[in-house]
Design a protein around this ligand. Sequence first.
Ligand SMILES: [Zn+2]
Length: 69
Amino acid sequence: MVDKQAMREEAERLMREAMAKKNLTVKQGDTRIMATCGKCGAENKVKAPRGETRVKFTCKECGVVQTTI
Ligand SMILES: [Zn+2]
């Protein structure tokens, strides 16, 4: 009985660790793109997932929603 309980706890711990690692990997995969606004020319720092270059962002200066190129 005790062993079963211990095994279940261990399995849950491993799963939590795996999930934490996965979240960390996703975070590290994020990249920052410097996007120039097509309307006012302001530079915007845009957070994008790894490998993604076309990301929607809102210009911090004029508020125009656009996609990075
Ligand atoms: Zn703008």
